[in-house]
Design a protein around this ligand. Structure first.
Ligand code: S3P
Length: 177
């Protein structure tokens, strides 16, 4: 594993993989700072993600995401819950690698659907709330998630505490924590 330069932990994975939940738990257990990328973008832009997509398009959102990943990569000691698409751009994956350790949370499409089905604030899934679409997009993104990941952790049918313990254990084993 690469050295965790700047000591951040970037949590990546598909929408509904559990990034926000696990990031909060990791923050509590490690005392590190916490940044939820989507929340930060919403605060800074003063509008919800769906509105950013509607008014300015997905490309503009990806620009904002890139700027934020790069800024966060240079700061230290932060657990970053990344947006599900934050790994699509190579420049973002590079900034994550430079800035810390990348932890990839995985889940089956069926699990993802169960977790996101009630949500209306993910423009990518609006009108596409079904296993087939999720499976297809996940397959399309698999290579970039895998390219970015230092550690992969499966989340299906596991409690948040179990998942968090596994991550902390593996980061300690690799002398990251
Ligand atoms: C997206 C995931 C979302 C959010 C935006 C786009 C994606 O974040 O950034 O709706 O392209 O996968 P979550 O993974 O936190 O839902």
């Amino acid at each position: 594993m690469e050295n965790a330069k700047n000591g951040n932990i970037f949590l990546i994975g598909f929408m509904g993989a559990g990034k926000s939940t696990i990031a909060r738990l990791l923050q509590k257990q490690t005392g590190m700072k916490l940044v939820e990328m989507d929340e930060r973008i919403v605060q800074e832009q003063g509008m919800p993600i769906t509105e950013i997509f509607e008014r300015y398009g997905e490309d503009r959102f990806r620009e904002l995401e890139s700027e934020l990943v790069k800024t966060l990569g240079q700061e230290g000691n932060t657990v970053v819950s990344c947006g599900g698409g934050a790994v699509i751009r190579q420049e973002n994956r590079d900034a994550m690698k430079q800035g810390g350790t990348v932890v990839y949370l995985t889940a089956k499409p069926e699990t993802i659907l169960e977790r996101v089905r009630g949500s209306k604030d993910r423009p990518i899934l609006n009108g596409n709330m079904n296993v087939e679409y999720i499976a297809q997009l996940m397959e399309k993104r698999r290579a970039v998630y895998e390219a970015a990941a230092d550690i992969s952790v499966a989340t299906d049918k596991r409690s948040k505490n179990e998942i968090c313990e596994e991550i902390i254990g593996r980061l300690k084993l690799n002398e990251i924590l």
